[in-house]
Design a protein around this ligand. Structure first.
Ligand SMILES: *[C@@H]1O[C@H](CO)[C@@H](O)[C@H](O)[C@H]1NC(C)=O
Ligand SMILES: *[C@@H]1O[C@H](CO)[C@@H](O)[C@H](O)[C@H]1NC(C)=O
Ligand SMILES: *[C@@H]1O[C@H](CO)[C@@H](O)[C@H](O)[C@H]1NC(C)=O
Ligand SMILES: [Zn+2]
Length: 491
């Protein structure tokens, strides 16, 4: 009876409480720095007005050899020691380490931040990417704390750069690796499971697969040559015919590819590809590609970027190609902070972070939160409404509706354990859900109750509920680690 009374009393006041709580503006706040005029392609074709092109000595000479590349990477991590580190993800067939430079204000440390990877030189005879990635690293280091975009990326993203995935192919001046296998046909494939035996994959392929499994990459891009276009999944089609094969996140991929194309000097002017972007299977289907594998098995949104018509242009053209691609590369990485839905997922009992899954209604792909911080980062096309569900075995799922605008949105979830009766009670008292039967009982009960007592108890209950809610909110909001948010949504 006592609990019944509590439920009745709480009814109107929970409405009030809910109103006061949700009438706080449910805002979407952009993450990161204040320099917001550099969004989405506004500056295509204004590259040279922005800053002086940086033409390094090495670029005007020749392409770096594999050992020169390794030296350049190690020198970079010495010169920019406090925002970078170098590590290897494995070795090529011929035993050359696959070096990665990580760029971040806390390199090598886990943070509640998105991660991006760039992979160059997948095909040995397409070396432009490996040069551009060294330029990118140096540009970020030189402009950190000077340029808002550089600062935003270093402070809010963990950027991993693998200039060459195929050093053996580069040394041999050919497409395949030392076993003459095309590495962008060597990944397990959704349509043709010919590559599914992992132990038979090339060492370079296996290194990438393990890397993706170990880390939560939010998005990535591989750099190729021979065309000028931003290519997005799917790469293959079921019946091997050339046709548009949309992946579940087609809209989001198109907006990412468009961002790259429009920020580029002239990619979007392409006569061959409308807007300078293409669906992979529509261009020509391939099987065993890296892009689709990333999306399916890593929840990582990968683009395949063809960055110069000429696969192996003269080295003295590299500085210009870098300038053409610079804003595209920076904007793509920065889009991990400036767009999409981000947040952390906690357990309601001890407030511990949960590695829960985030799913968008109608899109059959999971993006998982990290184990350490429970942070997730979900790329999503802007200007749409979405139904977002966070779920975790042993916890009750939570679903909410959002309107994602052009800026990033923060959306945290607090999940209750499934089988905790203690929490069941707290929730019953504090939730304002009730069905028709409850309402009838309310009316009957009200007949027999003195209005004064009712009001008094109700006010007490309201205060109690407010305090409880405040305390919980305070606890959770206090744990936030993201920069740049003034307010955020918690469900
Ligand atoms: C990097 O080093 C410079 C010079 O010592 C210092 O001013 C700066 O705060 C450091 N940056 C970071 C992210 O630690
Ligand atoms: C882009 O510019 C380069 C260099 O001027 C040129 O070679 C290429 O044909 C242009 N591509 C398009 C699509 O305009
Ligand atoms: C996400 O987590 C689920 C459940 O633990 C797991 O099955 C799935 O493989 C994970 N997905 C990714 C992309 O890591
Ligand atoms: Zn290629």
């Amino acid at each position: 009876m006592m609990r019944f009374a509590m439920e009745l009393l709480s009814l109107p006041f929970l409405l009030l409480l809910a109103l006061s709580f949700f009438s706080r503006p449910t805002v979407t706040i952009a993450r990161g720095g204040g320099h917001m005029d550099c969004t989405h392609g506004v500056f295509a074709r204004h590259l040279f007005e922005e800053s002086q092109p940086r033409i390094s000595e090495a670029m005007t000479h020749e392409y770096m050899s594999n050992s020169e590349l390794e030296k350049a990477m190690k020198e970079f991590t010495q010169r920019c020691a406090n925002i970078s580190r170098i590590y290897s993800i494995g070795k090529s067939v011929k035993g050359i380490p696959l070096w990665v430079v990580e760029i971040s204000d806390k390199p090598g440390q886990e943070e509640a931040e998105p991660a991006f990877k760039f992979i160059g030189n997948v095909h040995g005879d397409e070396p432009v990417g490996r040069e551009l990635l060294i330029s990118l690293a140096n540009w970020l280091c030189d402009n950190y704390r000077k340029d808002p975009l550089a600062t935003l990326i270093v402070n809010n993203v963990h950027l991993h750069v693998l200039p060459t995935m195929n050093p053996d192919g580069f040394a041999l001046r050919r497409r395949g690796n030392a076993n003459n296998v095309d590495l962008n046909r060597d990944f397990p494939d959704q349509f043709y499971p010919m590559n599914d035996i992992v132990s038979l994959r090339q060492p370079e392929t296996r290194a990438i697969m393990n890397w993706i499994k170990e880390r939560h990459f939010t998005a990535s891009a591989s750099l190729h040559g021979g065309a000028l276009v931003a290519n997005y999944p799917w790469d293959g089609s079921q019946d091997t015919r050339k046709q548009y094969v949309a992946c579940p996140d087609d809209k989001t991929f198109r907006s990412m590819a468009r961002l790259y194309s429009r920020s580029h000097y002239n990619m979007s002017l392409s006569k061959e590809f409308e807007g300078g972007i293409t669906n992979g299977a529509l261009w020509y289907p391939i099987y065993g590609g890296m892009q689709d594998w990333n999306y399916i098995h890593g929840g990582c949104f990968e683009l395949t970027l063809e960055i110069s018509d000429d696969k192996w242009p003269k080295a003295n053209e590299l500085p210009v190609i870098w300038e053409y691609n610079r804003m595209s590369m920076l904007n793509l990485v920065a889009s991990l902070v400036k767009t999409g839905v981000h947040g952390r997922i906690f357990s309601s009992d001890k407030g511990r972070p949960l590695p829960a899954s985030v799913v968008i209604q109608g899109i059959d792909i999971r993006v998982n939160a990290s184990r350490t911080y429970g942070d997730y980062h979900r790329m999503l096309a802007p200007g749409e409404r979405y139904e977002v569900t966070a779920s975790m075995p042993g916890f009750q799922s939570k679903t909410t509706h959002i309107l994602l605008e052009d800026e990033a949105m923060n959306l945290d979830f607090i999940l209750s354990p499934e089988d905790s009766s203690k929490h069941e009670e707290v929730r019953n008292e504090c939730d304002c859900t009730c069905d028709g039967k409850d309402k009838l009982e309310v009316v009957e009960f009200l007949r027999g109750i003195n209005l004064g007592i009712y009001l008094l108890l109700s006010v007490m209950f309201l205060i109690f509920c407010c305090l409880l809610r405040r305390k919980t909110m305070f606890k959770f909001l206090n744990r936030r680690q993201f920069n740049g948010y003034k307010r955020s949504i918690v469900v």
